[in-house]
Design a protein around this ligand. Structure first.
Ligand SMILES: C[S@@+](CC[C@H](N)C(=O)[O-])C[C@H]1O[C@@H](n2cnc3c(N)ncnc32)[C@H](O)[C@@H]1O
Length: 193
């Protein structure tokens, strides 16, 4: 069985679509959301045998998984405290835990964004410097890079994505598709990004 976990699924729009698409497969979906109101919204939206929704903080629940049991972790627009440079020292251990729990060749998919502090359009230079730094942070944890998109995947829909897509100059998004290598990768730089 494949196990897919969406962290911070909000009102569950994305997870609802995913679970319908895979209704006949042997994939099991777990959504974790610590906001009770959003969790209740998601529970109303999704009523499927192949989905388990949990109202708790992800950090509490990640420990319950055995190592190397998750095929894919999805995070769509995680809060800044899980991805912002300012909080790097706090969040990096969260991704080290995810790395442990992923099966070999399992993937971590993060859709995230850069917003200018003064709400000005984000320049290409600022965007690329940010992307390079962020990818480098994940490589240091041990992840390999499968794909980097300069946007959210076109077939992804969520409440926050709808909002962010409305302001593409000031909110520039990136999708990181990362994977857990079969063997430990030599520490590489993110020069090629
Ligand atoms: C910016 S919202 C994105 C929501 C949704 N993915 C979307 O795109 O509409 C971030 C979500 O992560 C949830 N969240 C933040 N910290 C969390 C944690 N430690 N564990 C689980 N969910 C968390 C928030 O409650 C919020 O719903």
């Amino acid at each position: 069985m494949k196990v897919v976990v969406e962290v911070g699924m909000g009102d569950g729009r994305h997870l609802s679509g995913l679970s319908k698409d895979e209704q006949d497969s042997s994939t099991f979906f777990i959504g974790i959301e610590n906001n009770k109101t959003l969790y209740i919204e998601a529970a109303r939206r999704i009523n499927a045998d192949n989905v388990l929704l949990i109202n708790d903080s992800f950090e509490n629940r990640i420990r319950d998984f055995e190592n190397e049991t998750i095929d894919k972790v999805i995070m769509i627009l995680p809060d800044p405290k899980y991805v912002d440079r300012l909080y790097h020292d706090d969040w990096i251990s969260v991704y080290a835990s995810i790395f442990l729990k992923l099966k070999k060749l399992g993937t971590l998919e993060i859709v995230t964004e850069i917003i200018d502090e003064l709400l000005q359009p984000v320049s290409d230079a600022a965007y690329h410097a940010w992307a390079k730094w962020l990818v480098g942070a994940f490589i240091k944890v041990g992840f390999g890079v499968e794909e980097i998109l300069n946007e959210a995947p076109a077939n992804y829909f969520s409440t926050c994505l709808d909002r962010f897509r409305g302001d593409p100059e000031r909110i520039r998004m990136m999708t990181l598709r990362l994977f857990k290598p079969l063997t430990k990768l030599e520490s590489r730089s993110s020069e090629s990004i």
